[in-house]
Design a protein around this ligand. Structure first.
Ligand code: ZN
Ligand code: ZN
Length: 681
């Protein structure tokens, strides 16, 4: 034992040595030699030092040698375990400390134990610790409260989190951030923004982490005003814009439909990474800007980035939107060559691409090769058969799926019912519509009813469809009445038709197509007053028809045609081809349906207008540019009109070509004078 006068000097020395992890054993030895270890706080410091250096075993040795460990030694040992990522040991030590009973835990003990629970997402253990802490009077302790807040936020217990938060005596940036991020992550965007306002009222200034949480909340609400004001706020405060912040900004602008602003943020980014490229590509694809999405994909690779699965899924979506089979195939090839793991999401995107680009067989081949198929993949494949009008295949796939352990959901039935309605399979439709409820306990939704009404009404069972609507528990929406009306129109059920037309007008539709249908219905019923009235309504509402356009892909390049568009360099050749075809068509019974043209014009002008519908221009161009026997694929943004449908059937016979038209609703495979839709569309 050294003389007492030397002790302060030794103490200083030991304290300095103990900070150096290599010197801890020497300091330990010195502490024993000098008797320093017998001082009340010394063991705790030594244990903490061993803990910081990662030597838990040595920390334990010091602790176990203590006859009566103090609270500081206990805490030091518990913290050492948390620091070394052993949350289970933390809880174990905490419980040992409680059960030994002679030591009263303090704020640090509870804080550390709660942190371990948060790491483990162990809410039950956390609740036990909370109740113990409250029993000992720590309910208003800042440190205990913020650890508890973290635990609740991480476990998604927002009500409990709010309760703790509201009771906290002091709320710092960290606790506000915890709340705002927790709300944002659980989709409670309004609350997230509300808490941000409260935080500003209390005079706390936000940092980048809070802003990311807020931007996510704004993106989820598609609230560009709030999002832009946060963006402006960040610029005014000169906040650091890192990749995470900028990508959140892009995402917020894109989800709110402001692609231009998303692009501005993107272009100004100094350090773009794969995630930021992908988020812009997916923004373009999801907003229907397929060409821009694909352009970005090319640019991304020019900059040396390899597209990740998010970018690929988006690019595939873009290909499906415009029917770009050639690029879709090469993306698929890229996935195969790079040996990328084809999970269900990427696999489903490939299936969807092949199907929407007209290659049903390829879609099925990919589906068969998927190593694991979830419900989404099955539903997607059933839907593929549906839009191609292949109801029987859709049903057999559904029956195959029933044999697996997967349970069909309402999306499965929506795909299935829509497949039946696209194929006119009435008795199958009736059977499975009933089974949905009885066998699978699924209550039909509006979309299921709409398919069923469409199926029945088109097949001429208009009264049955009407009765079905009467049994609905939910209020039938406009889609259902429109489906019924079009059945009434086809089958000349004029009385019911006029009744349904009234119903539809009361629902104030915003779709010009619906008004056209209603007007045609009244025209069939020779109710000219009503026809006039509806035309006046259409004019008054200033409704413009969405311009129809069609695309035809030739050698990987797209050629777009608008209706009556004479700007194409080969317009004269195209018109000559159409006139030649019309001549042939008339010989085999074609009569233009001029009643479809809603203008007061001479009949020959109306005929000319029908002749110049965009899909016909596209098909004529395709015929001019491809060799005999080659398939022509045309993508149209609207539905094919009845006149074009008749005409294309005849063109397929005259030219001996397979013509595939994807319209806004489905695929039509025209072959030898008939269409795969069986005139159901
Ligand atoms: Zn047409
Ligand atoms: Zn068809």
């Amino acid at each position: 034992m050294l003389p007492a006068v030397c002790q302060p000097k030794w103490a200083r020395f030991v304290c300095s040595v103990i900070e150096d992890s290599r010197a801890i054993p020497q300091a330990h030895a010195l502490m024993i030699l000098t008797g320093f270890l017998a001082r009340p706080n010394s063991p705790g410091r030594l244990i903490a030092a061993y803990g910081r250096s990662g030597n838990l075993a040595a920390a334990r040795v010091v602790f176990d040698a203590l006859p009566q460990p103090t609270i500081s030694s206990w805490n030091a040992l518990i913290i050492a375990h948390l620091r070394n990522e052993s949350p289970f040991d933390v809880l174990h030590l905490y419980r040992r400390m409680i059960s030994e009973g002679c030591i009263r835990p303090d704020s640090s003990t509870f804080t550390i134990a709660l942190k371990a629970c948060t790491q483990l997402s162990d809410l039950d253990a956390g609740e036990q610790i909370r109740s113990h802490a409250y029993d000992l009077g720590f309910q208003n302790d800042v440190f205990v409260s913020s650890s508890l807040l973290n635990l609740y936020a991480k476990c998604g217990k927002l009500i409990e989190a709010v309760e703790v938060f509201e009771r906290m005596p002091r709320r710092d940036l960290v606790s506000w951030t915890t709340m705002i991020t927790a709300f944002s992550n659980s989709g409670k965007s309004i609350e997230a923004i509300d808490y941000y306002r409260k935080m500003r009222v209390e005079g706390v200034e936000g940092d980048e982490i809070v802003m990311v949480g807020l931007l996510q909340a704004c993106a989820a609400m598609e609230d560009v005003r709030a999002g832009a004001s946060i963006h402006g706020h960040m610029i005014r405060l000169d906040m650091r814009m890192d990749v995470v912040v900028e990508t959140s900004l892009i995402d917020m602008y894109a989800k709110s439909g402001y692609l231009g602003l998303a692009n501005v943020v993107f272009e100004r980014m100094r350090n773009k990474n794969v995630v930021s490229w992908s988020s812009l590509i997916s923004a373009y694809a999801q907003n229907g800007f397929a060409n821009e999405a694909l352009l970005m994909l090319v640019r991304m690779q020019d900059f040396g980035f390899v597209p990740d699965s998010v970018a690929l899924v988006s690019a595939l979506l873009a290909c499906s939107q415009i029917g770009y089979l050639k690029l879709g195939k090469s993306l698929h090839g890229f996935v195969v060559r790079r040996k990328l793991k084809v999970g269900v999401i990427l696999g489903t995107a490939v299936i969807d691409m092949y199907s929407k680009c007209g290659s049903l067989l390829s879609a099925r081949a990919i589906f068969d090769r998927l190593s694991s198929r979830d419900l989404i993949a099955w539903n997607a494949m059933i839907a593929c058969y549906g839009i191609h009008g292949n109801g029987k295949e859709a049903l057999s796939l559904f029956l195959e799926m029933k044999e697996t352990e997967l349970k069909p959901d309402d999306a499965t039935f929506a795909s299935l019912m829509s497949a039946f309605s696209h194929s006119g399979l009435v008795s199958e439709g009736r059977r499975w519509f009933n089974c949905m409820k009885i066998e699978f306990g699924l209550e039909p939704w509006e979309k299921h009813y709409a398919c069923m009404v469409d199926l029945l009404a088109r097949a001429g069972h208009v009264e049955e469809a009407f009765d079905l609507i009467q049994t609905m528990k939910i209020k039938p929406g406009i889609a259902i009445w429109v489906a019924l009306l079009s059945g009434c129109h086809i089958h000349k059920k004029l009385e019911l038709g006029e009744y349904v037309a009234e119903k539809i007008l009361k629902l104030n539709p915003h779709d010009l197509g619906v008004y056209l249908l209603v007007s045609n219905m009244y025209a069939s019923a020779r109710n000219w007053n009503k026809v006039q009235e509806i035309r006046r309504m259409m004019k008054m509402m200033g409704m413009k028809k969405t311009p129809g356009y069609s695309l035809v892909e030739l050698d990987g390049k797209f050629h777009a045609f608008l209706a009556e568009d004479n700007s194409h360099p080969e317009y004269l050749q195209i018109m000559a081809m159409l006139e030649r075809l019309e001549c042939e068509m008339r010989k085999i019974g074609y009569i233009p349906k001029i009643e479809l043209v809603l203008h007061d014009l001479q009949d020959d002008v109306k005929e000319r207008m029908l002749l110049c519908h965009s899909e016909r221009l596209a098909i004529a161009f395709g015929l001019l540019k491809t060799g005999a026997g080659m398939r022509i694929l045309v993508i149209k943004n609207l539905r094919v009109c009845e006149d074009c449908h008749d005409a294309i059937k005849l063109i397929s016979r005259i030219t001996n070509r397979e013509i595939v038209v994807r319209d806004a609703k489905r695929f039509h495979h025209f072959n030898d004078g008939a269409c795969s839709c069986g005139d159901y569309w």
